[in-house]
Design a protein around this ligand. Sequence first.
Ligand code: AMP
Ligand code: MG
Length: 315
Amino acid sequence: MSDDTMIRIRRTFMGCEFELVLCGEDKDYLTNAADEAFEEVRRIEDDLSVFVPTSEISDVNFRADREPVIVQPRVFRLLQKAAELSADTDGAFDITAGALVRLWSSAEGVPPHDVLDAVVATTDMQYVRLNERDNSVEFAKPGVRIDLGAIGKGYAAAEVVQVLRDRCIESALVAAGTSTLYAVGCPPDADAWTVGVRNPVMNNERLTTVRIRDQAFSTSGSHERFVAIDGVRYSHIIDPRTGWPVTGLLLACALVDDPIESDALATAFFINGLEWTRAYCLARGDVGAIIVTQDQPGDKPVVHRIGRTIHQERE
Ligand code: AMP
Ligand code: MG
């Protein structure tokens, strides 16, 4: 391989650090590509974030229960994809968990049962009507709120990869925080990118590694992000079917070609647990998973590798 330059650039978006490692021959060319890619991520954050009051998603949340809200075609397609992924994960991944996310993150205690029940009653992708004719979104009832937090970084990674491929960059590693990684090709000195999975209970320790090439790898867990209520830690990932933050696994990781899908699946694997994930990967064939469990607090984490052989190299 004639590539001789590698640049590594970090920027903060979506509340986390994005990192690009780009390989090629011309440093200026790579730096320009990175700037263009980051500019794209900034646009995506401006369009999708519920923390940006002027974003299209904030606009949808604000008024889609009263009138159809037209969104950009690419935002519309992402919402369609989110709907498919909800159906595909038995409702575990569901962007209408937004109202529950807000309830738990602002809760001063565990929400009262009747409040929780009322919010669960607004949580279901079937309450989001997507009209392909004019790319409009409408909520079927008041109180519905969408949140793309579990898929936004995967989407950003996908768009960054598109920018890099359009610029004929054949060797790159894209990290959207620690949550979604995408490997373009391989590094100059290896036949795949090796990425680490951090031990969720011993933060600086590497629990295991994964080799990826033209694939996405996403991780979901609640060790870094949670809300504490009366000294109890509640996960930022919520089971939309019960309304409760998810406990059970330490980490769930998904490996699949499409970063949007890997991001959503990691969240769904974390919610649906080990046996569901096993059955899902078996049925799909093109998806791999790493599930990390712990029998008792203080025990050594157990790593379960599932489905599509994660260490296997491609030709
Ligand atoms: P991730 O880290 O990709 O698993 O995404 C977690 C984020 O997605 C949370 O911080 C919430 O904003 C949102 N979220 C929580 N629970 C769900 C869920 N069941 N389906 C979709 N998004 C969720
Ligand atoms: Mg996710």
